[in-house]
Write a protein that binds this ligand. Sequence first.
Ligand code: ATP
Length: 367
Amino acid sequence: MTYEIATLRGDGIGPEITDEGVKVLRAAAEVTPGLDLEFTQLAGGADHYAEHGEVAPDSTWKTMRSAHAILLGSMGHPDIRMPDGTEAQGHFIVNARKSLGLYAGVRPIKLYPGARGIDPNQKHVDLVLVRESTEGLFASFGGGAEISGEVYADTMIVTRKGTERVARHAFELARTRSGRPQDGDRRVTCVDKANIFRSLAFFREVFDGVATEYPDVTADHALVDSFAMLLIQHPERYDVLVTENMFGDILSDLAAALVGGLGLAPSGDIGDEHAMFQPAHGSAPDIAGQDKANPVATIVSGRMMLDWLASRHDDDALRAAADVVERAVVTTMESGALTADLGGELSCSQFGDAVAATVRRLAAEAG
Ligand code: ATP
């Protein structure tokens, strides 16, 4: 089957890393009988806003909606701002999440060979953070309240429907995993501030209600402040985490430090009908155009996209392609082929070439 992938390369390092992601995905499709991936390149992002006064043209939104999935590089530039002072790319991302119903921000945090987290002795990091992505403190993004330029307010919105669906996503995900590294216990930890905020006490209450549908998965709670410390000290205690939008935004960057930085952290924004995959990092303008960014997060986001498409379309060809991409990334990194952020010598494009070659080699070996 042919799958149409709406592709936005974005700004900064976005084009470089997207090209490597597409290169590896094309190699995976090439070695997988019955699978065809068609990448449609779309306009959008901060540079597009600077030139055209809109973050993306109507045709981009239309194709994102009709495509089977969306692959995004990274967007944004700190100097390209809306009249209200907010960065342009935020408007693209938040609008995409809201208009396409992408309520689950899924951020796997896993140690790859050659990558060292903040504690070099910590070998057991394999967790997934699920961030509620359509409400919480981001609900009033682009709006909020202002009084005479002296008082500003953004409101935290937590709904039963929004919390139920993201909690369910987290429990379903836990069922597909092999549990926390410490003891294999499948668990979902609700990270909140239920002791202080009514909205987050409600988030926990709804989470507990959903948990009763999943007696085979341990339901756990943590308060976000002490959790931030425990996550760094004992990542092996966690399997799947679910949290409000703003907490998830912050915790996912913190969690990336456990596995060697942002260049290694993939993400998926997933809804019931659509999904968009992109590295968890920003557009890194400090290294843009130098062919030295690490494309692992983008390549692994592409692997997540294949997995999502596989379960949505029940297609074994996609499952096989996802599997060979993951194995190729691990094998390549195990061989010591690494980019500069991990102390290696490969450029972004050389690393992409190495993974694509490994995809072909693994497929040839498998016969
Ligand atoms: P945003 O707010 O748009 O998410 P940010 O403020 O988190 O962006 P990034 O653009 O993610 O910032 O960059 C943070 C730091 O991490 C920069 O020093 C950047 O060079 C580095 N970095 C980010 N992504 C990569 C990557 N793929 N490879 C190597 N270094 C990266």
